[in-house]
Design a protein around this ligand. Structure first.
Ligand SMILES: Cc1cc2nc3c(=O)[nH]c(=O)nc-3n(C[C@H](O)[C@H](O)[C@H](O)COP(=O)(O)OP(=O)(O)OC[C@H]3O[C@@H](n4cnc5c(N)ncnc54)[C@H](O)[C@@H]3O)c2cc1C
Length: 460
């Protein structure tokens, strides 16, 4: 049997996930696996960067699940500082550049996996090409922020109050910096509704962070080619200058799909590589055999809106990688789509969301009935019982749950998983109120907050 080659572009969650699953199913003498990674690390947890910056995780190395030697021991040839620069689908080869010596090489493939991730969104504004501006995406970005802290940074401006911006804000406050976060939205975290965002805003400010909402970035101020702060503007106010030693842009991410686009593969409206349920890339809507894509660089089907979306989450990347690896190993698997279920925390306040927000539901054409309830994380009399707010969005008429958001103290965020499961299974709020969920005073009231919300939504 001739040995086939699996070539992977991108050496993090999606790419190395494919490698691991494929290797499990096919030995080295059958399948050669080469992974190209332009950065200095593989298999790292980008999700852990804010906790490393903030000091909760002791060292960068703890964020690295597997080093290149560990991959090589499993017959996976990882090439660091090696950037794929072009894909030739006809010749079935990839051009790669060694970023240390500039040399180019051609690598043929039998199977190709594009797992290039996403990059921080970088608006076209004055000063955005200055050095000392940081997006937070890869482990190297964490290195740069740590270097700025070591150099004595005391003031930080973070542009964007999504979960990465807020996690970084908390991390920098923990490190003793004075932090200002600006965001165009009226409330932070646009993936939840504004009323839930207002609860988050309260927690952010209670942490000592200056949060300027309804505020647009106009430009980054620059001296000697380095970012020295920002000029921003509230809707009704004059432009305001904020000086900083550290400026972080956390305006969301854009799928890195340029290589795929240049190769002629379909790119969806979200900017992600279009994929089918087998995670195959497409040309003209036709799935391409042995050309796969996974992770933050792709778009996949949203199970509620039935529209393609690009949502950058490690959970999606891992599951998509399993599908591809299983298929390359000769098995069968399909990716069933996403709900965008996510959790984060700001200090003691936990946040969970799943399915569609009110804005997304309206955009998808749903008529939604929203129900919000306040409850407690444990039995009301139990020591440590804290407030939890649960918001359900159900389809008017049918009662089918379309989306849910939870903001509350310890024990709140992971409750979103019950609601994600309910949406996944197409349950109505009435059915959710009947689920046999657990109870003991240290964990919840007799009626769990998600069921109190479901009962109210169902009018029971
Ligand atoms: C601060 C932060 C916190 C997060 N927290 C969470 C969380 O709590 N929960 C969650 O589910 N998700 C979280 N995420 C998202 C999660 O990290 C991503 O969804 C996940 O890393 C995606 O994996 P990926 O392999 O698709 O992309 P990436 O992890 O971005 O990896 C892509 C890799 O491809 C490499 N690459 C790109 N182009 C080329 C090329 N041409 N040649 C060679 N190599 C290339 C890049 O250098 C990169 O290493 C967080 C992300 C960040 C930044």
């Amino acid at each position: 049997m001739t040995r086939e080659r699996l070539l992977i572009i991108g050496g993090d969650a999606a790419g190395m996930g494919v490698a691991a699953h494929a290797r499990r199913g096919r030995p080295e003498d059958e399948l050669e696996i080469i992974a190209l990674e332009r950065g200095r690390y593989t298999s790292y947890s980008a999700c852990g960067i804010p906790y490393w910056i903030g000091g909760e995780v002791g060292s960068r190395d703890e964020l690295i699940a597997r080093t290149p030697p560990e991959h090589r021991a499993q017959g996976i040839d990882v090439r660091l500082r090696t950037e794929a620069t072009a894909i030739d689908l006809v010749a079935r080869s990839v051009t790669a550049r060694d970023l240390d010596d500039g040399s180019l090489c051609e690598l043929s493939f039998d199977d190709l996996v594009i797992a290039t991730g996403a990059s921080p969104t970088w608006p076209d504004l004055p000063g955005l090409d200055a050095s000392g501006l940081h997006g937070i995406q890869h482990l190297q970005d964490g290195d740069e922020v740590r270097a700025a802290l070591d150099a004595g940074a005391t003031r930080a401006v973070i542009v964007g109050a999504g979960y990465i911006g807020l996690e970084m804000a908390e991390a920098l406050v923990r490190r003793g910096l004075s932090v200002t976060v600006i965001d165009r939205g009226q409330q932070p975290m646009s993936v939840v509704d504004e009323d839930m965002g207002a609860l988050i805003a309260h927690a952010v400010r209670a942490l000592g962070i200056t949060l300027l909402t309804g505020t647009d970035l106009l430009e980054v101020t620059v001296a000697d080619s380095r970012a020295t702060g920002v000029i921003c503007k509230a809707l009704a106010g004059p432009p305001q200058r904020l000086d900083a030693d550290l400026v972080i842009l956390a305006l969301g991410t854009t799928p890195q799909s340029e290589l795929a686009r240049a190769a002629g593969l379909d790119i969806g409206a979200s900017g992600g590589i279009a994929t089918d349920a087998a995670m195959r890339a497409q040309i003209g809507g036709v799935a391409q055999e042995h050309i796969w894509a996974a992770g933050d660089c792709v778009e996949v089907m949203h199970r509620v809106s039935q529209r393609p979306v690009a949502i950058a989450l490690a959970t999606h990347a891992a599951k998509q990688a399993r599908v591809i690896g299983t298929r390359i190993a000769g098995g069968s698997a399909t990716f069933p789509g996403v709900l965008g279920t996510a959790a984060t925390k700001i200090c003691a306040l936990e946040i969970g969301r799943t399915g569609l927000s009110s804005r997304e539901a309206a955009a998808a054409g749903f008529d939604v009935e929203a129900t919000t309830v306040e409850s407690t994380t444990k039995a009301g009399y139990f020591p440590g019982a804290e407030p939890i707010t649960t918001k359900l969005l159900a389809e008017r008429g049918t009662g089918r749950l379309l989306g849910a958001q939870i903001v509350g103290h310890e024990g709140s965020a992971k409750r979103i998983d019950v609601l994600a499961t309910a949406i996944w299974c197409g349950l109505t709020v009435g059915q959710i109120s009947e689920l046999d969920l657990s109870y003991a005073p240290p964990f919840s009231p007799v009626w769990d907050p998600v069921q109190i919300a479901a009962r109210k939504a169902a009018g029971r």
